[in-house]
Design a protein around this ligand. Structure first.
Ligand code: HEC
Length: 268
């Protein structure tokens, strides 16, 4: 009895996988793309699609409904991926007539259940929430990311790639380092904000710069602390990785230096 129930489930899964392959794989890559494949994608990878759907819609019914509806009636105003996706790939053509609603519900369920690792989602979510922290224009660090690789971001980009081959324990430890860094830097940023506001107000009010010397010193101390945290994060991260893994990641940083934002947004 149990065995036959299991067989039924497995067969249903196989059927759903087939539906996804037949209807969506022509445009959407089903596996996580390798770095060199990014340039040749014709649509966001399914992993990326699922990531965005889960980010935008909280309930699983809403997520499913969104996918079913978008495939039949795509519209730029409904799009939950970054706007550059539509600009880059063009609108997804409606698949009406090629795939029916019932099949789509199965595809959507299969996608939502089978794609994206939980730990990956948590990490990207946190990265996105704290993204401003790392934006060059608003950085609390004394040394910018052109001079120092942002390992956490490089790792997010390459998390599940065979070439990097991160072990389970490594992933756990890396998540810890990433989280600790984000938490600390976020805290520093919070303290920086009122201080920089005070400086800016004083200058707008044409006060003597000497009057805000105390705030300046505090700002400097906080930025020093953030930079120390940044360096510690790099050291802790590279200590977890093997030499080969570090070597694998560094070219992505070299590449990202010229196309920082595009690469990251493109992938996720
Ligand atoms: C002919 C190519 C093509 C096929 C076939 C296709 N898609 Fe797409 N899809 C795209 C492109 C291009 C985009 C990115 C632009 C956009 O969002 O409209 C996209 C985006 C999406 C999005 C994200 C929408 C957003 O922007 O928020 C979802 C969800 C999606 N596709 C689901 C599917 C599913 C499920 C299938 C299979 C039933 C499928 N697609 C088949 C080309 C295709």
């Amino acid at each position: 009895m149990v065995a036959s129930a299991l067989t039924t489930i497995l067969l249903a899964q196989e059927n759903d996988a087939q539906l996804l392959t037949n209807n969506c794989a022509f445009c959407h890559m089903l596996k996580t793309p390798q770095f060199f494949e990014l340039q040749n994608l014709t649509a966001p990878a399914i992993d990326a699609v699922v990531f965005h759907v889960k980010l935008a819609k909280e309930k699983s019914e809403e997520q499913e409904a969104f996918i079913v509806d978008y495939v039949l009636n795509p519209d730029v105003s409904k799009s939950i991926c970054e706007s550059n996706k539509v600009a880059k790939f063009g609108m997804m053509p409606s698949q009406k007539g090629k795939v029916n609603k019932k099949e789509l519900e199965e595809i959507a369920n299969y996608m939502l259940a089978g794609y994206l690792q939980g730990s990956f989602t948590v990490m990207i979510k946190e990265m996105q929430a704290n993204d401003k922290i790392y934006a060059l224009s608003n950085s609390p660090f004394l040394i910018n990311s052109d001079s120092l690789p942002h390992f956490t971001k490089l790792l997010v980009l390459n998390w599940d790639k065979g070439g990097l081959d991160l072990g389970k324990k490594q992933k756990e430890n890396l998540m810890k380092v990433g989280k600790e860094t984000l938490r600390t830097v976020k805290c520093i940023k919070k303290k920086l904000k009122p201080l920089t506001d005070e400086v800016s107000e004083a200058m707008i009010d044409r006060e003597d710069p000497k009057s805000i010397e105390k705030q300046l010193k505090k700002i400097a101390a906080l930025k020093l602390e953030a930079t120390r945290m940044h360096l510690k994060c790099i050291a802790d991260t590279t200590a977890i990785l093997s030499d080969e893994q570090v070597e694998y990641l560094l070219p992505f940083w070299q590449y990202a230096k010229t196309t920082v934002i595009q690469t990251i947004i493109f992938f996720i």
